[in-house]
Each structure stands twice: as structure tokens, then as C-alpha cells.
Write a protein that binds this ligand. Structure first.
Ligand code: NAD
Length: 296
């Protein structure tokens, strides 16, 4: 049994912390939202009164927070000054490469092992313990990181040194944002052409249009029961979060001198959907934009 501090129990962190508890670990859980903490306790975690209290005696500290500024702040104020000597620190949030490298540098300076380990697989993967982790860490630390995240993972791949996990994640999510838009456009066109959307799904899912956005996360309600489209696009991966990731990709592309025109288009379309009020909806709700509907 390992003592794990888990900070950030939202759409993703809630399911991930529950899987650590299910694996028999002691999980000290903290979130600014009392409701999120209560949910984690119902799933077998122990409530911690603060992030500081959670990390004090933990062997492993896992964070699953919204963005770079949250991770930097929680590390600077609560984790690095209070974590147990020798603790393994793993940030699973999706954040900018610079923040990940800055936190890694500060953690190393304090003698901690650190990994950026963002995930893919959505809330369903978080709940089922089948996430894909892309890890940036020292090679010598990888075995320990892999063991620590095992109960939440189906796949764990070391992308490279500190920051490489985040680089892999923003590239992956640029594919996801653009592919979801392509799938939504196709459904809206199919509807306009008088083609039954469910029949289109049946055909495209067995044809060259097949992709994760279609067959695992279908934006059209019905064909994929676990997809957020069946619950009015609630929960899941918020449009505002997708927009954050696409911005990160564009910032990284500008700095690196890479040409990413489809990524730029995807960012613009998600920014528009966010402005229209869709920011809190799952990112697959952008289907409504192409159907000419306002976000519900
Ligand atoms: P979320 O908003 O549901 O959860 C974030 C949680 O962090 C909230 O419960 C919030 O209260 C908590 N929090 C914020 N500041 C805090 C602090 N200082 N101390 C303690 N708790 C704090 O977001 P989410 O969907 O769970 O996403 C979390 C991260 O995972 C993001 O970086 C996101 O980009 C990434 N991600 C999300 C998905 C997805 O499908 N939702 C998939 C892959 C990666």
C-alpha cells in the first residue's frame, strides 16, 4: 500500500483517485470543491483539509488541475514546501511545456523526483482506469512513475525528459480538436443531405472516416452510449479546456516555427463556440455550431 496525495478531483481527477483507492492505496484527497471531496470519499478516498495536509506524509503526490497557473501555484505554495523528503511528484494536468519544465526544475532543486504525465482517454478512461499516459521524466525515475500511475492506466509511454509528456499531449489534442470538428461537419452535412445520421455513423465507423472522435466519442447522440452527447454534453472534456489546449499548441507552434494551419482553424472555431456560450459544454457540442443551433 502506498500513501498517495491526490489534488484536483474534477471530471478527470475524481475517477483517477477512485481507481487508486480501489487498488488498495491510501488516497488523501483534496479539492477546492467540497462536493468533489465528498464524491472521492464515497469512492474510498480519505478527505484532506488542505493540499498541504494531503502531501505532508504522502509517498506519491498526484495533481490533476485545470491549467499551468494552478499547477505552478499549488506546487510553489503547498507541495514543494510541505511534501515528505523523497516523495515522487506526478502532475497529470495538461499544461504548457514551460510551466512543466519550471515546476520540474524547482522540484529537482528541492530533491524531489518529478514527472509531467498528462493523459488521454477522457472521463470514461479516467473512471475505467484505462487512460494513456505520456510521461516526461528522468529515465531513472520512469519505473517508479509507471508503478505509481499503474492503477489509472492502460498505456504508459515515456515521451522523453521533463516537458516531453506535455509536448506529446498538445500535439495529440491538436489532432483531437481538428478531428472532432471534421466529424461534426460531416454529421451536419449528412443531416442536410437527408442521410440518417445513425446510418452515416454505421458506414463511416467501418470506412476510412473512422477515428476516435467518431467511434469512441460520437458527437451525435445515440451511437456511442458512453459519449457526453447522450447527456446533453454535460461532464466530459469542456470546450474551454479544449480551447486552452489548442492555444497551447498554437503558442508552441509559433515559438518553434511550425506550420499548423488546421490547428489554428480549430482554435478559432472553439474560441467562437466558447464566445457563443458553449465553454462549459463538452467539446463535442461544437456539433451545434455546424447545425446552426445556439449552445443549449
Ligand atoms: P475540472 O475542472 O473538472 O477539474 C479540475 C479540478 O481542480 C476542479 O475540481 C477544481 O476545483 C480543482 N482545483 C482547481 N484549483 C485547485 C487548487 N488550487 N487546489 C485544489 N483543487 C483545485 O477539469 P478536468 O476535466 O478534470 O481536467 C483536469 C485536467 O485534465 C486539465 O488540465 C485538462 O486539460 C486535463 N484533461 C481533461 C480531460 C477530460 O476529458 N476532461 C482529458 C484529458 C486531460
Amino acid at each position: 500500500m502506498t500513501r498517495i496525495a491526490f489534488i484536483g478531483l474534477g471530471n478527470m481527477g475524481g475517477g483517477m483517485a477512485a481507481n487508486q483507492a480501489r487498488a488498495g492505496h491510501e488516497v488523501l484527497a483534496f479539492d477546492l470543491s467540497a462536493a468533489a471531496v465528498q464524491k472521492a470519499v464515497a469512492a474510498g478516498c480519505v478527505a484532506a483539509g488542505s493540499a498541504t495536509a494531503a502531501v505532508k506524509d504522502a509517498d506519491v503526490v498526484i495533481t490533476m488541475l485545470p491549467a499551468g497557473q494552478h499547477v505552478r501555484a499549488v506546487y510553489a505554495a503547498e507541495i514543494l514546501p510541505h511534501a515528505k523528503a523523497g516523495a515522487l511528484l506526478v502532475d497529470c494536468s495538461t499544461i504548457d511545456v514551460e510551466s512543466a519544465r519550471a515546476v520540474a526544475k524547482d522540484a529537482s532543486a528541492e530533491g524531489f523526483r518529478f514527472a509531467d504525465a498528462p493523459v488521454s482517454g477522457g472521463t470514461a478512461g479516467a473512471e475505467a482506469g484505462t487512460l494513456a499516459f505520456m510521461v516526461g521524466c528522468d529515465e531513472a525515475d520512469f519505473a517508479a512513475v509507471e508503478a505509481a500511475i499503474g492503477p489509472m492506466a492502460r498505456t504508459v509511454i515515456r515521451a522523453g525528459d521533463h516537458g516531453a509528456g506535455q509536448a506529446a499531449k498538445i500535439c495529440n489534442n491538436m489532432v483531437l480538436g481538428a478531428s472532432m470538428i471534421a466529424v461534426c461537419e460531416a454529421f451536419a452535412l449528412a443531416e442536410k443531405l437527408g442521410l440518417d445520421p445513425e446510418r452515416f455513423f454505421e458506414i463511416a465507423s467501418k470506412s476510412s472516416g473512422q477515428c476516435w472522435s467518431l467511434t469512441s466519442y460520437c458527437p451525435w447522440p445515440g451511437p456511442v452510449p458512453a459519449a457526453p452527447s447522450n447527456r446533453n454534453y454535460e461532464g466530459g472534456f469542456a470546450t474551454a479546456m479544449m480551447l486552452k489546449d489548442l492555444k497551447l499548441a498554437q503558442e508552441a507552434a509559433a515559438k518553434a516555427g511550425a506550420a499548423t494551419p488546421l490547428g489554428a482553424q480549430a482554435e478559432g472555431l472553439y474560441a467562437l463556440f466558447d464566445r457563443l456560450g458553449g465553454g462549459g459544454k463538452d467539446f463535442s457540442a461544437i456539433l451545434e455550431l455546424f447545425r446552426g443551433h445556439a449552445p443549449a
